[in-house]
Design a protein around this ligand. Sequence first.
Ligand code: OSB
Ligand code: MG
Length: 376
Amino acid sequence: MKIEAITLREIRMPLVHFFETSFGRTTERRILLVTLHTDGPEGWGECVAGEDPFYSEESVDTASYAIERYLGPALLGKTLDKAADVPALLGKVRGHRMAKGALENAFWDAEAQQKQIPLWKLLGGTQTEIPCGVSIGIQNSHEQLLEKIETEVNAGYRRIKVKCKPGWDVEVFEKIRARWPAIFLSCDANSAYTLDQVEHLKMFDRFNLLMIEQPLWHDDFYFHARLQKQLKTSICLDEAIHNRRDAQAAIELGACKIINIKVGRVGGFSEAVAIHGVAQRSGIPVWCGGMLESGIGRSHNIALSTLPNFTLPGDVSASKRYWKEDVIEPEVEVSPQGYIKVPTTPGRGFKIRTDLIETLTVRQQTLRNKSTSAAD
Ligand code: OSB
Ligand code: MG
């Protein structure tokens, strides 16, 4: 398929409920969408960069810049057989993985349509339904958190993950466990602790948590390995894993017993599948993380979650938990047993609601070979 043009678009979507992590609160998402116009089907990708460079170095604005200036031009006019050939074309640019991932995934999306097979099959997926968990942010009060957990447990979700930070941890877990002694419960610190807090972190072992996600620095394996030796609770790495070598190094060091794979964080499906393979060969389970995606990124997360070593419930949950109206049709729905049924139609399996996207768009630009028009 020849890549003839790339549309880069920013949409704004207010969240149904604010989402707070140890690094801040989000009330409205700015979401960067890319459309690859080819001589065959059109492919869509979502850049999962946040509004600010707090989860990682990237933000919506750095991703726009990287795509406009370097990554888009590296693809325009090129003819590729398969999406797996995209990373090599973008390899000259260091970092900017979320920007790269949006482009590569859009090509996978187009390729699956061209081959008339579901995207998940093209990726090597095998599971026809995926177990779902939820990630619940820091709330204004403990009571509010307990209410949210109750809602999600009643909705059937198979694992509850709560965000934590110093001052929002042990007491919170105590209250959760008093009410739900047996649910699958995990926590995510987004790097809110340091090694000086080992004695405090050891208290987490009392709560039979499935894992603690990224307790220490965002760029560290070594000290996570030291911490893991002192904890019974499994450490799961999120922020620190960028590629297959990171996964191998972290596993060999004993820095984690579980890996959260986010396709944007690792630069696209090719690297995500490779990390999945490294973990699988080492007996390390993985699960699919979320970045408050619109339905487009969410549908790509569903496809990834069908690979065989995605054995733990991920953060891929129903559209209505985030949005009043999602940009895909049908919206993502979760069964009362806590599963998403994987679509069997070709491509991503969810239609794009282009009219709604138009109304949510705040800026848009189409990149073409050697010339860039401000609007299309
Ligand atoms: O660490 O998993 C994280 C959202 C934004 C940034 C980082 C994270 C998250 C989530 C949300 O936990 C997961 C979701 O999309 O529901
Ligand atoms: Mg995380």
